[in-house]
Design a protein around this ligand. Structure first.
Ligand SMILES: N[C@@H](CCC(=O)N[C@@H](CS)C(=O)NCC(=O)O)C(=O)O
Length: 208
């Protein structure tokens, strides 16, 4: 049994989607990050930077923080979506997501969506970067079916919930034909639909 410490954010959803994809029994423990629950002593003992997601694998008595490390752990444990022969490619696209795509789109959320008018510089800078990310992902998906190649992998699972925030990006996902097609294809997967709404609140994936 895996316990997932979760909030319904892109980083949280990466893991609920993966757990559904590998058909792993799991329990969701919500962490109310808008009310500071992540700073509690007990949670910090498994999450030194006070961030979700974290998992505790009660079978192996281990807790793991950082979404990329969790996806690798679950990929290795299940033998799914992290094929050994494709690992160099999967690792590149996974690390690009956790180190670049996620954090930079996150800044775009902050300046453009949550605090408009606060910093023109920040709004312009991260809007431009967000558009470049869409363009670069679109170019990659023109060449390959999925980010790491011809197979759906943890790199796609990591990137998908960030693109699912497209309505607040204000870029127009539809304009990016390949990215949009990739997004729609993944949106249709049963595990993705279930994992996206793992709190069973009726949250649905926004269409392009
Ligand atoms: N690099 C981390 C980032 C995790 C992260 O930023 N989590 C956010 C929610 S999406 C969080 O817990 N924020 C609470 C806070 O910053 O206080 C990962 O990929 O797991």
């Amino acid at each position: 049994m895996i316990e997932l410490f979760y909030a319904n954010t892109p980083n949280g959803r990466k893991i609920s989607i993966m757990l559904e994809e590998i058909n792993c029994p799991y329990k969701v423990t919500p962490v109310d990050i808008s009310n500071g629950e992540q700073f509690g002593e007990k949670f910090r003992s498994i999450s030194p930077f006070s961030k979700i997601p974290v998992i505790t694998d009660h079978e192996d008595n281990i807790s793991i923080f950082e979404s990329g490390a969790i996806l690798i752990y679950l990929g290795e444990k299940s033998g799914k979506f992290y094929d050994e022969v494709d690992r160099v490619s999967i690792n590149q696209w996974l690390i690009a997501q956790v180190a670049y795509v996620g954090p930079l789109l996150g800044q775009h959320h902050q300046f453009h969506h949550y605090t408009p008018g606060k910093s023109k510089w920040g709004e312009e800078r991260y809007f431009k970067i967000a558009k470049t990310i869409y363009k670069d992902l679109d170019e990659r998906l023109q060449k390959e079916k999925f980010l790491a190649g011809d197979k759906y992998s943890i790199a796609d699972i990591a990137t998908f919930p960030w693109i699912a925030r497209h309505p607040i990006h204000d870029i127009g996902l539809k304009k990016f034909k390949n990215l949009s097609k990739w997004f729609e294809k993944i949106s249709e997967r049963e595990a993705v639909i279930k994992g996206y709404d793992c709190l069973k609140k009726g949250e649905s994936i926004p269409k392009p």
